[in-house]
Design a protein around this ligand. Structure first.
Ligand SMILES: Cc1ncc(COP(=O)(O)O)c(C=O)c1O
Length: 437
């Protein structure tokens, strides 16, 4: 069969399909820090798959765990039944979050985690007698996946504008970063958070707290281009939401399990959200899995509200799938026993210096970094993303995989990257920037 005929029936997600058909990129194999394509290309994975393969590819312990689990239980019904690994993993996850964040609801993706968290928030408010609290507040540049809930509170225009009026009763905070004023910031920018908190307070005044169920934010905007709020932002959001009986949902789909050199951003920043959403790094992206980690008080409220019968009318056929749970346990074991966080912390300053050395290269209008994540804004020629897409393609041709979303190029190294992996990534991007018109 001709390659073009072979490709034809598959509609790729979040992809320029016509351009892909003209020049397909087909990954045939992965190993450690590298992908290998069917046309013999060796590609350094400087985007951890899609922010998910934090330990690199085909880690032997994760592969073995999945293989053994597949031979033991391929599938176990998620409603009315459990299997041993799902309880073990729930413990491992809950133990890593602060305070009473100790109940875990498993799903299959970050999008499902976000929609689960939003539904939990609205239902919880109703059960505790605050049924008027249905409004949801997100943030500009926010990404919480592609379900209607996540898109409604998200703040990425292309993900929203095609899909009608979305959920009613949402509002959005502005993002606390102005590239003109704060460009080329290293780490968290030193911006006064209070004007952004006054914005939230104004929103609460406008709608009245009694109508607001939850605020949802990411610790930093990942898919939105790696934009980083100032220090203390999340802590102040916590104080204000708590004072008004509004739940704080922190979307840690990208930030949990090492991206910031810590188990998660909530622990790192000393914030105790009401709900945390997870996916991706939970099991190294090896089998689809997500989760909502919930405060005990929320769980107890659901349990007490119904004498018997189902307490939360929500769940998925594949919630807590045995293969995903087995991969999750192996991933959490590797994170703990192989010094991954220590290595990430040791390499973060080197990464920061390396990426900021791209300042002054052609077309670069901003560079931002946090942990092992970096966003580089590349000025477009005629339309958003045209030049950044060329940089992505040139880097690919020269053996490095990074991702662009519009004008923002994002780098998300595998947590075990060496200095020479970082050098190869940055120098390949430098050459790519010089090569594009
Ligand atoms: C913060 C955040 N939330 C949710 C999602 C959606 O995850 P998924 O693609 O697994 O649905 C993503 C994906 O990048 C994300 O970065």
């Amino acid at each position: 069969m001709k390659t073009s005929d072979w490709i034809e029936p598959y509609w790729l997600p979040f992809t320029a399909n016509k351009a892909f058909r003209a020049a397909p990129r087909i990954i045939e194999r992965a190993d450690g820090h590298y992908y290998f394509t069917d046309d013999g290309h060796k590609l350094l994975d400087a985007f951890s798959g899609l922010w998910c393969s934090n330990l690199g590819h085909n880690h032997p312990k994760i592969v073995e765990a999945i293989q053994q689990q597949a031979a033991k239980i391929d599938y176990s019904p998620s409603f009315n039944f459990g299997h041993p690994k799902v309880f073990d993993l729930a413990h491992l996850i809950a133990d890593q979050f602060p305070g009473n964040l100790d109940h875990v609801f498993f799903v299959n993706s970050g999008s499902e985690a976000a929609d689960t968290a939003l539904k939990l928030a609205i239902a919880y408010q109703r059960i505790r007698g605050e049924g008027a609290r249905t409004r949801l507040i997100g943030r500009a540049r926010g990404y919480h996946g592609v379900g209607f809930g996540g898109v409604s509170v998200g703040g990425m225009v292309n993900n929203r504008k095609y899909f009608g009026s979305l959920l009613p009763g949402t509002d959005h905070l502005s993002f606390p970063y102005d590239p003109d004023a704060h460009g080329f910031t290293h780490g968290q920018p030193s911006i006064d958070v209070e004007p952004y908190m006054r914005e939230l307070e104004a929103m609460i005044f406008l709608h009245d707290a009694s109508t607001i169920a939850a605020v949802i934010v990411e610790p930093f905007a990942g898919s939105g281009g790696v934009y980083i709020p100032p220090a203390g932002y999340l802590n102040r959001l916590r104080e204000i939401t708590r004072a008004h009986g509004i739940l704080l949902i922190v979307d840690e789909v990208i930030t949990a399990f090492g991206r910031l050199g810590a188990e998660n951003a909530s622990t790192l920043y000393g914030v105790e959200p009401d709900i945390v959403t997870l996916a991706k790094g939970i099991n190294n992206g090896a089998v689809p899995m997500g989760a909502a980690v919930v405060q005990r008080e929320i769980f107890d409220t659901f349990m007490e509200a119904s004498k018997d019968g189902v307490e939360f009318f929500h769940g998925f056929t594949y919630s807590g799938h045995p293969l995903a749970a087995a991969a999750g346990i192996a991933t959490q074991d590797v994170l703990k026993t192989e010094g991954v966080y220590d290595h990430a912390n040791a390499i973060i300053p080197y990464f920061e210096e390396a990426v900021h050395s791209l300042k002054g290269e052609p077309h670069v209008s901003d560079i931002r970094n946090i942990g092992l994540a970096c966003g580089i804004t590349i000025a477009h020629r005629e339309q958003a993303g045209d030049r950044a897409t060329d940089v992505f393609k040139a880097a690919y041709t020269n053996g490095v995989y990074v991702r662009n979303n519009g004008d923002d190029l994002a780098i998300a190294p595998i947590l075990t990257f060496s200095r020479s992996d970082i050098d190869l990534t940055v120098e390949t991007i430098r050459d790519a920037l010089k090569s594009v018109s």
